[in-house]
Ligand binder design. Structure first.
Ligand code: MV4
Length: 506
């Protein structure tokens, strides 16, 4: 296939891609910014090169520097990961000009899907249901407002160039229209250099369900099923699972066929995700297409048994998708939580710093996709995603209990993490019943915290013993200072773990 691949990314996804390359017997080339010199992806790559200062504008977003490394090292392909330049047509074009394969869709497909209204038009032409509203940018406020009146409130204004909820404004009533119009347009102009907006009927508490598609160069397009991604905070996914608790085989087939029709109509190639909103009556509506491998791809891998990164590489090398996958059905259940270096007690403020100790969970049904290690300093310059903890089980219940068990095993000290958020989510009755929607987590976090749960029998004593041992160790080892330094960290994290079990702080 390929001999040598440049991985134009950092963190856990660079590590993930690197692993696939290694299994395929391909050489890997990493890149790093000044603050990433000691990052895990740099240590694991066969070779790695500096591409500039910490600011991503001057390093991970510099196409010229990436292409310099490609030429210097003789790479024959480039994998963009997600984020950074993954959905930027200019990188695809630069690769084509250099005679290197970009592992992803064509620049034309990215451009077509980059505009929300163009995506909606493509969906409508492909007989894929869209949210009631218009799919052309609206020029003036009067025109938009009269359309809103005829549709009935609430409506939502969205940026044509949008994504991640930027430039999006919910309009509850006619009186609120003018203000919302002004806010949406100016936010869109600021964020995307494009003030154009369009209008949709606002769905009250929909679910976010997305379909993973793959398309090869020979006209075959397949659906690998859905991921349920309704648990989000500020448009940032927090928990994802496959299959979705509400999707029946019938709905899976319908959504899968719709996503495949859309990808086919868009001349799509490689991995893509078609996002839908699903209402309480299980009607689904096209939202947008993501033209990249997604953060949450592991849950699809766990229930399909496929390696999506290897599949991406194979397709980019011109291989065909096997026919059988057109009828793929999920096996068991998978769930992912995103562990971030952020402080849940301080409004999820980023909490970078040095990881003093780390104990990774293992055991049945557990997978950890990570970009960090003990002794590593998490830089403050990038998204503070540390690791993705993924559980697989025969049933949703078994998956959740494995995930909870693994979260209890997982200890990281030195930095704050959002692990307590998952302890809370994974015990909420609504969540356990699968009754979730895109506003669910915001509503949960707005509620006062539940009272601190009483310690389990025995844990109080265990904590007291651990604390006593800790003090003893400190006192005894003052003569052997070196020894104490090497032991003090494990003891500290043990104590920390006990403390968390006892006060059950959420
Ligand atoms: C919507 C919606 C309700 N009705 N559109 C948010 C980000 C952007 N990609 C689309 N989004 C939404 N569009 C209509 N017509 C609700 C959301 C939405 C949302 C969607 C997916 C996941 C999380 C969300 C959180 C809040 C709002």
């Amino acid at each position: 296939m390929f001999r040598k691949i440049l991985i134009a990314n950092r963190g856990e996804i660079a590590v993930r891609v690197l692993r696939a390359c290694r299994e395929l017997g391909m050489q890997t080339v990493g890149v790093f910014s000044e603050v990433d010199r000691n990052a895990l992806h740099v240590r694991l790559a066969d070779e790695a090169y500096a591409i500039g200062p910490a600011a991503s504008r001057e390093s991970y977003l510099r196409i010229d520097r990436l292409m310099d490394v490609v030429r210097k090292t003789g790479c024959d392909a480039l994998h963009p990961g997600y984020g950074f330049l993954a959905e930027n047509p200019a990188l695809q074009r630069a690769c084509a000009d250099a005679g290197v394969t970009f592992i992803g869709p064509s620049a034309e497909a990215m451009e077509k899907m980059g505009s929300k209204t163009a995506g909606k038009q493509l969906a409508r032409r492909s007989d894929v249901p869209t949210v009631p509203g218009n799919d052309e940018p609206i020029e003036n406020q009067e025109e938009a407002q009269s359309l809103a009146r005829s549709m009935g409130y609430p409506v939502v204004l969205k940026a044509v160039a949008g994504g991640g909820g930027k430039g999006m404004r919910i309009v509850p009533s006619d009186a609120a229209f003018a203000g919302a119009w002004r806010d949406a347009s100016s936010e869109a102009l600021n964020a995307f250099d494009d003030a154009r907006v369009f209008l949709e009927k606002y769905l009250i508490a929909p679910r976010h369900v997305e379909i993973q598609v793959f398309a090869d160069r020979h006209g075959r397009v397949v659906s690998l099923g859905e991921r349920e991604c309704s648990i989000q905070r500020r448009h940032q996914k927090v928990v994802e699972e496959a299959p979705s608790p509400i999707v029946t085989p019938e709905l899976r087939r319908k959504m899968g066929e719709a996503a495949v029709r859309l990808a086919r109509a868009g001349g799509y190639e490689n991995a893509g995700t078609v996002e839908f909103l699903v209402d309480a009556n299980l009607n689904f509506y096209f939202l947008e297409v993501n033209t990249r491998l997604q953060v949450e791809h592991p849950v699809t891998e766990q229930v399909t048994g496929l390696d999506l990164v290897k599949l991406q590489i194979a397709i980019a090398a011109g291989h065909r998708l096997p026919f059988e996958w057109e009828t793929i059905t999920p096996r068991g259940h998978a769930m992912e939580v995103r562990l971030y270096a952020e402080d849940p007690d301080n409004n999820f403020f980023p909490s970078p710093g040095k990881i003093l100790s780390r104990h990774a969970p293992t055991g049945p049904g557990i997978r950890l996709d990570e970009g960090v290690y003990e002794g590593y300093t998490v830089p403050l310059d990038y998204d503070p995603l540390l690791s993705k903890l993924i559980a697989w089980g025969n049933s949703r219940e078994e998956t959740i209990s494995r995930l909870r068990r693994a979260l209890d095993e997982y200890t990281i000290t030195g930095i704050r993490t959002n692990v307590s958020l998952f302890r809370r989510i994974l015990t909420e009755p609504d969540f356990l019943r699968g009754e979730i929607h895109t506003k669910w987590l915001d509503e949960l976090l707005a509620r006062p915290r539940p009272p601190v749960r009483p310690p389990r029998p025995g844990t109080e004593e265990a904590a007291a013993i651990a604390a006593a041992l800790w003090h003893l160790e400190q006192a005894n080892d003052s003569k052997a200072k070196n020894k104490m330094e090497s032991q003090s960290e494990p003891s500290r994290w043990k104590l920390q773990g006990r403390r968390e079990q006892v006060d059950g702080s959420l």
